[in-house]
Write a protein that binds this ligand. Structure first.
Ligand code: ADP
Ligand code: MG
Length: 226
């Protein structure tokens, strides 16, 4: 399933006027490829992910997910598309304080009506292993470090086997080595599962995992060398 954005312009209200967060941006992410998005703070990276995730409707432009024009979908249809086909990792993982790491991940399958069997629990446990959280499955968020919480957020996004994976600065709370391991993992899953992956990162030393690098500057997208 590919992800395709065309001529995206997004403005926010800003006092008397409007602030242009995205200025005529396009993005073409074929299935099985990873596009990294880099750029300074405030350049529009998170806005771009929010539009790709169909969480924010742009002023102008098209978002096409696996051939589906999302502009034609209702809010409920977009929510279903996100739940079934997208894995979204926000900068802040927003975990539920009362649930263990395993339960946070397993919950995604339940929300999708797929969590009845022990199969979901087993898969959630395997995903926690995959992101390097073996042995921490029964901890609650306050018993985990910032980096560990980020990795629970990644496992959670992978639970429903997404076709489109959108990840915002997944390594901001990780040291260089763990951060590298997470980016390697996202690159590997992109090839193995054939996901269309967009990864916002400030870690320019790891752009080797990317098929393409897009550099955002003041809401505009340019192509940078990987
Ligand atoms: P980045 O992720 O690259 O730091 P953002 O997409 O978060 O950039 O922000 C792009 C621009 O849009 C910034 O100037 C930011 O202040 C502004 N912005 C982001 N979200 C909102 C919002 N909800 N309301 C108003 N302005 C916003
Ligand atoms: Mg951001």
């Amino acid at each position: 399933m590919s992800l395709f954005l065309e001529d995206i312009t997004l403005t926010y209200e800003d006092g008397d006027g409007r602030l242009t967060a995205l200025d005529d941006v396009g993005l073409d992410v074929p299935a099985g490829t990873l596009t990294a998005v880099v750029g300074p703070s405030g350049s529009g990276k998170s806005s771009l992910l929010a539009v790709a995730a169909t969480l924010v409707t742009p002023d102008r432009g098209r978002v096409v997910v696996g051939g589906t024009e999302t502009g034609a979908l209702s809010a409920a249809e977009r929510a279903e598309l996100r739940r079934r086909r997208m894995g979204i990792v926000f900068q802040q993982p927003n975990l539920l304080p009362s649930l263990t790491a395993l339960e946070q991940v397993e919950l995604m399958a339940r929300l999708d009506g797929r969590g009845r069997s022990g199969e979901a629990r087993e898969r959630a446990g395997k995903l926690l292993d995959t992101v390097g959280l073996t042995g921490l499955a029964h901890r609650r968020p306050h018993q985990l470090s910032g980096g560990q919480r980020q990795r629970v957020g990644i496992a959670r996004a992978l639970m429903n086997e997404p076709a489109v994976l959108l990840v915002d600065e997944p390594t901001s709370a990780l040291d260089h080595e763990r951060g590298g391991a997470v980016l390697e993992l996202l690159g590997r899953l992109t090839r193995e599962w054939g996901t269309a992956t967009v990864l916002v990162t400030h870690d320019r030393s790891r752009l080797g995992v990317a098929d393409r690098v897009v550099e955002m500057v003041d809401g505009r997208a340019g192509v940078a060398a990987p």
